[in-house]
Design a binder for this molecule. Structure first.
Ligand code: TIU
Length: 232
């Protein structure tokens, strides 16, 4: 373990020396009302959304750490244009929902940009200098400028948090891994409607020598980030 290591599984995750061997960014996935509050897309899909709130303090803590260290933060939001031109009919049809994507729901039009359900929850509101990235798919690289935006900032290392672990977080992490980013998921800062799916996702990410990336706890992640960058 070096001064730049995070105690992680399946083995220590090496942070870059900023500006020399790369840069690190936080990707906060889809912490929006649609997935976390009753009446949003998550509950219209039939899920109990209440357990997802448990990760809010861990996400707040990660945001505070990245802000204090002046490291880049990207907040993603799943949502579609009001004309649904970026929503494949197959996605809209899926689930045979009574109230589905684009329909009027308790928090405005479901999964549509700038509706109430699309808002990031106030506890995790982005600051003006942070990137808000809308994404029409589950993965944050599909049909977005994320790869270009990270390239412009010299980002090589991605720390992931958000919801849901096995859907948008895992899809994005796999997309990032295939693009050559070093990916780490903070296990206390991600949640699923299905605890067993979260557990399985963490296991499959770190299996086979970290086939998708690394998994670490919040305390270990923050301690290493502060140790590496506080006086950088
Ligand atoms: N349904 C579900 O678990 N997730 C999603 O539809 N989107 C995200 O994970 N953000």
């Amino acid at each position: 373990m070096s001064a730049y290591s995070i105690a992680a599984e399946p083995y220590p995750y090496e942070l870059p020396m900023l500006g020399e061997s790369g840069n690190v960014a936080l990707i906060m996935i889809d912490m929006q009302r649609d997935f976390i509050e009753p009446g949003g897309f998550g509950s219209l899909l039939g899920n109990d959304v209440a357990p997802l709130r448990a990760i809010v303090p861990a996400c707040q803590s990660l945001l505070a750490t990245f802000r204090a260290l002046k490291l880049p933060i990207i907040h993603t939001q799943e949502g579609h244009r009001p004309d649904l031109g970026d929503c494949p009919p197959a996605k809209k049809r899926r689930g045979n929902l009574q109230i589905g994507i684009g329909d009027n729901g308790p928090m405005g039009r479901v999964l549509v940009q700038d509706e109430r359900g699309h808002d990031i929850i106030p506890e995790l509101a982005p600051l003006a200098n942070e990137v808000k990235l809308n994404k029409p798919g589950k993965g944050a690289f599909y049909a977005t400028s994320l790869d270009a935006l990270l390239g412009q900032r010299g980002v090589t290392h991605l720390i992931f948090a958000g919801v849901t672990t096995e859907v948008c977080v895992q899809t994005t992490m796999r997309e990032a891994n295939d693009r050559g980013y070093e990916c780490l998921l903070v296990e206390d800062a991600t949640a699923s409607y299905f605890p067993e799916f979260k557990a399985a996702t963490l296991a499959m990410i770190k299996a086979q020598g970290g086939i998708v990336g690394w998994v670490a706890g919040l305390a270990a992640t923050e301690m290493a980030l502060k140790g590496a960058y506080e006086h950088a």
